[in-house]
Design a protein. Structure first.
Ligand code: NZQ
Ligand code: ZN
Length: 394
């Protein structure tokens, strides 16, 4: 079992009417002048934005607004946000939205006190000493950014999507009302669940396998997501199922399911190149990659894939043939993805096969021209990355 630190400082308000506590949370966490940051239409159309602004007004909290965050949030808007917040003397960013809005907020928060280019943090050129506090009102369970230490931004001028993680990236508070997710379209609901499950799977498929408490938490979380997603696809207003998924999103990426383990993260790295280059939905990019990744790496630890097959996917254990059980688990996951409307390979994701040049370009970017490897369950070099993309392209 690996030594670990576990730092989850985010103050959570969860449940019906949770957004009514927004002004109170802003004050509790020291906000005097707030940038309310949001995406396209959903928060406005649902009335959530008006409710949040009304709360702030009533509490006498000064605020400005900036919308327009798109999925795979853009660096140019982050830079606009930094300039605006400096000009206006903002001391807290309040994200009203999903992972994209929260990440855009985190990037603005890193950039405000930094004299250089905020992109330096994403390229590894600099480390932040401080950041402006971020709070969030979550509207989609998926990225888990509300409790994670990560922030993922796309430099659209170079089709370059990069993540940056730091303890400073943890939101001060997160407000989560599952009712606010009733309006999610099926595609976003399912892509969110694919992402949530992957955050735990990236940790579960670890070279370390002697932490059975963490395994048990991970398996329960995965089973819960797998079962509840069908309930919300059938009935989008199923509060109980929406609530399990919303809390699952936060727990899956706040570090709980990695205590004592070394995480893998290869599928995320491979996916970020896909959404960087082709602007695909993150969760769908993950489901399109995972089955091919799994078949490429399972021999590193067949027993781990057997455990996943039996404890998560409910596949009967063929004790005489562990490899067959492992492969049945992967096939069951593939069927699960398709059953919730997610792609299980690249042609299903893209509507076409990628060209050989595109595959090589994805692997070139993911490996930083061959300079880095990804993954720990099996370490993947540039050739391995090409092989996984190629296998997913059939
Ligand atoms: O822009 P609006 O109109 O608000 O629509 C959004 C958006 O189109 C819509 N939506 C959100 N809440 C809704 C809703 N529609 C109806 N009803 C609601 N209640 O959903 C769409 C997707 O929103 P987005 O914020 O992009 O989703 P998600 O939370 O999946 O975030 C994806 C981004 O997070 C990154 C991904 O790479 C991607 O850029 N990630 C961030 C992580 C982190 N910071 O820890 C970890 C993840 O692995 C991931 O990489
Ligand atoms: Zn993810």
């Amino acid at each position: 079992m690996k030594d670990f630190t576990y730092y989850t400082p985010t103050d959570v308000v969860f449940g019906r009417g949770a957004e009514e506590h927004v002004a109170e949370m802003v004050v509790r966490h020291g906000g005097h002048k707030v940038l309310v940051h949001f995406g396209g239409r959903s928060a406005r159309d649902s009335g959530l934005l008006d409710k949040v602004l009304g709360q702030l007004r009533e509490a006498g909290t000064d605020f400005i607004t900036m919308g327009g965050v798109v999925p795979n949030p853009r660096l140019s808007l982050v830079k606009e946000g930094i300039a605006l917040c400096r000009r206006e003397g903002v001391d807290m960013i309040l994200a009203v939205g999903g992972g994209s809005v929260i990440d855009s907020s985190k990037a603005i928060a890193y950039g405000m006190p930094y004299e250089g280019d905020v992109w330096d943090f994403f390229t590894g050129k600099a480390q932040p000493d401080t950041s402006v506090p971020v709070g969030c009102v979550v509207t989609i369970p998926a990225a888990g950014s509300e409790m994670s230490d990560s922030c993922v931004i796309t430099d659209e001028a170079h089709d370059d999507k990069r993540g940056f993680s730091s303890p400073l990236g943890r939101a001060r508070f997160a407000i989560m009302n599952p009712e606010r997710t009733f309006t999610l379209p099926k595609w976003q609901t399912a892509a969110g669940v694919a992402d949530i499950m992957m955050h735990t799977m990236e940790r579960y498929f670890s070279p370390d396998t002697d932490m059975d408490l963490t395994d048990g938490l991970a398996e329960a979380l995965l089973r819960s997501m797998k079962e509840n997603v069908f309930k919300v696809l059938e009935d989008p207003r199923n509060y109980r199922a929406r609530a399990q998924i919303m809390w699952g999103a936060s727990l899956s990426h706040n570090g709980l399911t990695e205590c004592g383990l070394q995480r893998d993260w290869a599928c995320h790295k491979l996916e970020h190149e896909l959404s960087g280059l082709f602007d695909v939905t993150h969760g769908a990019g993950l489901s399109a990659i995972w089955p091919s990744w799994a078949r490429y790496v399972y021999k590193e630890n067949v027993g781990r894939f057997v455990q996943f097959a039996v404890n998560v996917m409910g596949v009967p254990n063929d004790f005489s043939d562990p490899e067959a059980t492992a492969l049945s688990g992967i096939a069951a996951m593939e069927r699960f993805y398709r059953a919730i409307g997610m792609p299980a390979n690249l042609p299903e994701l893209m509507g076409r096969q990628l060209t050989e040049d595109e595959i090589r370009e994805l692997a070139r970017r993911c490996s930083h021209d061959g300079a880095i490897t990804v993954g720990n369950f099996k370490v993947l070099n540039r050739k391995d990355m090409e092989a996984v993309y190629r296998a997913a392209n059939r």
